[in-house]
Design a protein around this ligand. Structure first.
Ligand code: ATP
Length: 480
């Protein structure tokens, strides 16, 4: 199978999303696609799968032009999309959801519906067994984790003998076991002759899973490289080379103590103590995303004492944290903070600013300032749903920064954010630092933590095993 996109362009009003993009996809290969937020990766996914029509250019499959390409046609031809936003129907059983796949494919005219169903049922059960998944498929799909719903969608696609499977950012926040299953599914699909377009910001998984790596920056596919000829660093270098700015490394003399946590403990964490001063970035490596070893649980649900500017405080829930001046941005629950039908302005501006009753023009001006810093071309009054996932996350980062806190906790802030946009975010974090705020940065990205933190705490098996003064590793020192 060979699928080609030739000179494809797409724009939304004045926003040019893709400009003369050409790609050739062959069966049996995994094509990893990465690039900047809003660069057009999901738009490519949607065009290949018939969700969105291109304005210009053509699509061809096995030498035949794909005319009036839409989702139904694409699926009939064996082209499927599995994206981070699940399409599993929440109140249908897992089995019913999987068997919905039958409706997507061309039926064998000889089999009746019953035989057809039985055949697919057997197929999916075999796959579950193969991947060591033991779940009860009679439960409603809403009871599965997001990761498992994505895995079930992939199995639904797999039983349909797909020609192309587009996997769009399903690895974001995926648990370790599901990641292992995802690996196996991708390998099995490629072995069976399907082409896979695998979209992710996680360079490590792109490197591990792809045969060919494509970089999409500023609406164009800049490079299609053989994965064996590159490594994660060279891909990152390519992305950074295309960026106009480099990560700013600044070092200020930390001032007064703002926040202390002392002897925090729970079922996993033992004696966790950290201090955050004005103008200081404290990095924490080695915490989990969820459960007792996550920062949220350490902050809200563990025993121990917390001090804010020398006074003991009780912080048991997010509002109490905000009242004490601790602003928490947890990337895992970021979608919960968003009002999809509202404008960028309504999503970006916190109540502390809105209650000041400033004029619309002034409010728009504040938004524009951050939109510019975050390299988002949309305007304050545009709908947030028109932004890409990464851009939406950047809007929430701006909101937390505008929230007038004293301590900012960023939990896995840059998951799902491209390398170039990370620099915009590091710039903003440094601006907070210059303004005397204290920052706690939780991440397992070694480069990020050592790139911008002043102090790094390393956590292993629930204990802080090392506190590192990261001063020496900053190559440019700018004292004020
Ligand atoms: N329905 C829409 N209406 C208007 N603009 C849109 C729409 N869908 C996408 N866009 C715009 O198209 C651009 C590309 O979005 P797309 O989702 O393809 O980017 P992406 O590379 O997948 O980004 P990310 O990595 O952040 O997910 C963005 O600027 C986005 O605002």
């Amino acid at each position: 199978m060979i699928f080609t996109m030739a000179e494809v362009s797409k724009r939304y009003c004045d926003n040019v999303v893709l400009e003369h993009v050409s790609m050739k996809i062959e069966g049996g290969k995994v094509y990893g696609l990465t690039g900047d937020n809003g660069g057009g990766k999901s738009t490519i996914a949607n065009i290949v799968c018939g969700v969105v029509a291109p304005d210009e250019g053509s699509l061809m499959m096995d030498g035949k032009r794909c005319i009036n390409w839409n989702i139904k046609k694409a699926m009939r031809e064996g082209v499927f999309l599995v994206a981070h936003e699940t399409t599993m129907l929440p109140y249908l059983s897992v089995e019913e959801n999987i068997l919905l796949g039958i409706n997507f494919v061309k039926r064998n005219p000889i089999w009746g519906t019953f035989i057809h169903r039985m055949k697919y049922k057997k197929k999916y059960k075999e796959l579950l067994k193969r991947y060591g998944i033991t779940l009860d498929t009679s439960v409603t799909s809403i009871r599965l984790s997001r990761s498992m719903q994505n895995i079930m969608e992939l199995i639904r696609v797999q039983i349909c003998n797909p020609k192309i499977v587009v996997i769009d950012e399903v690895d974001t926040n995926m648990d370790v076991d599901s990641q292992k299953v995802l690996d196996k599914i991708i390998k099995d699909l490629a072995c069976a002759g399907s082409a896979i377009i695998y979209i992710s910001h996680n360079l490590e998984s792109i490197m591990k899973r792809s045969d060919v790596i494509g970089i999409l920056v500023e609406n164009q596919v800049i490079d299609m490289m053989d994965a064996s000829a590159v490594n994660a660093e060279s891909v990152m270098d390519t992305l950074l080379r295309l960026s106009k700015e480099k990560p700013p490394k600044i070092l200020l003399r930390p001032q007064a103590m703002i926040f202390e946590m002392k002897h925090i403990h729970n079922t996993i964490i033992e004696d966790f103590s950290i201090e955050v001063r004005e103008g200081e970035i404290v990095g924490i490596l080695g915490l989990d995303k969820e459960g007792d070893a996550s920062f949220t649980n350490i902050l809200f649900q563990s025993k121990g004492v917390k001090f804010f500017r020398g006074k003991e405080v009780k912080i048991g829930m997010p509002q109490e944290a905000a009242d004490s001046g601790v602003i928490l941005l947890d990337a895992n629950v970021i979608q919960n903070y968003m009002f999809m039908n509202s404008s960028i302005r309504e999503n970006m501006l916190p109540y502390s600013i809105l209650k000041k009753h400033l004029s619309d023009e002034l409010l728009n001006e504040i938004c524009r300032r951050y939109l510019k810093k975050l390299a988002i071309t949309a305007g304050p009054e545009d709908k947030i749903e028109e932004l890409s996932t990464g851009q939406q996350k950047k809007i929430l980062i701006a909101k937390s920064i505008l929230s007038e806190g004293e301590i900012y906790v960023f939990d896995r802030l840059t998951d799902n954010i491209d390398v170039i946009s990370r620099i915009d975010i590091y710039n903003i974090i440094n601006e907070l630092k210059r303004n005397g705020k204290g920052i706690v940065l939780i991440s397992n990205d070694f480069n990020e933590i050592f790139g911008i933190s002043d102090i790094v705490y390393k956590v292993k098996e629930g204990k802080i095993i090392q506190k590192i003064n990261n001063d020496k590793q900053n190559d440019k020192k700018l004292y004020r």
